[in-house]
Write a protein that binds this ligand. Structure first.
Ligand SMILES: [Zn+2]
Ligand SMILES: [Zn+2]
Length: 273
């Protein structure tokens, strides 16, 4: 199994970090997790595209994780020679989000249907709202969801992907919680969106300070990793993005609780799980 970090940014615009998105290659499947700013461009850089994915899995509906869902839908639609339904998995409320996205696209859809003789179907999107348990199983690849805690954003989910005896957890935005611990138990790799409290605390703006109560800090990430005995920790969606040369400080904070390897993701980083 392989993971490609398509976007490792956060809501803060960054020329080097696209919005949150990860591609997992497992057996014959390409699975896309979240669809933040620039996801389709980064998929092109990774040699894949929306038409090739077996599923889009959303952790939650915060805009930084979903802003380019519309691009995934449209690009898959216009680049598929035959009907190629996109299966979208996400927390309860995802169906309404997809309906609204398709409504937003309705003018574009009508233009393309009118123009192309061989295109006579609207973008087919199938939605599965997920809560807890196995949500995808095919060709030896299994995806398990569990509820996470990103309150007041609710509901939210994290995912565990299993293939050939290996396991990968994509936690999404969450503080430590029981659902996350369950997903992480014994996982080979644990990917956490993370915030560094000592830096955020210095930003004299309440709106930044607010973000501390619903994201895992570096310290909390280390604690979750240690509790679950994971094999490796990968940090992504860093708030704020690490200033070059300070990456070791982030890693040291995780290492206060966790003594395994810690990696800081960057866009288009590829890791074997
Ligand atoms: Zn969020
Ligand atoms: Zn986020």
């Amino acid at each position: 199994m392989e993971i490609v970090f398509l976007g490792t940014g956060s809501p803060l615009p960054d020329p080097n970090r696209a919005g949150p998105a990860m591609l997992v290659k497992a057996g014959p499947h390409h699975l896309l997790f979240d669809a933040g700013r620039g996801v389709v461009m980064r998929m092109a850089a990774a040699g894949t595209g929306p038409a090739l994915v077996s599923g889009l899995f959303l952790t939650h509906l915060h805009s930084d994780h979903t802003t380019d869902v519309n691009d995934v839908i449209t690009t898959r639609w216009v680049m598929s020679p035959a009907q190629n339904p996109l299966q979208v998995f996400g927390p309860v409320t995802t169906a309404g989000y997809i309906d609204a996205t398709l409504a937003m696209l309705s003018e574009d859809i009508s233009y393309r249907l009118a123009h192309h003789e061989d295109l006579n179907w609207a973008p087919p999107v199938l939605v599965s709202e997920v809560t807890d348990g196995v949500v995808f199983e095919a060709d030896g690849v299994r995806v398990i969801a569990a509820p996470t805690d990103h309150a007041p954003v609710h509901p939210t989910v994290g995912y565990r992907i299993e293939h050939e005896g290996r396991s990968l957890v994509l936690a999404g935005d969450t503080v430590p919680c029981e659902g996350l611990d369950r997903l992480c138990a014994g996982a080979d790799m644990y990917v956490q969106t993370v915030l560094r409290r000592s830096l955020v605390e210095q930003i004299p703006m309440q709106r930044f300070l607010d973000t501390m109560d619903y994201h895992s800090s570096t310290h909390q990430t280390g604690q979750t990793a240690a509790r679950a005995s994971v094999g490796k920790v990968v940090l992504t969606h860093m708030v704020p993005a690490p200033f070059p040369g300070t990456e070791h400080e982030w890693i040291a904070e995780v290492a206060e609780a966790y003594d395994g390897p810690v990696v800081i993701a960057e866009d288009l980083l590829v890791l074997d799980v």
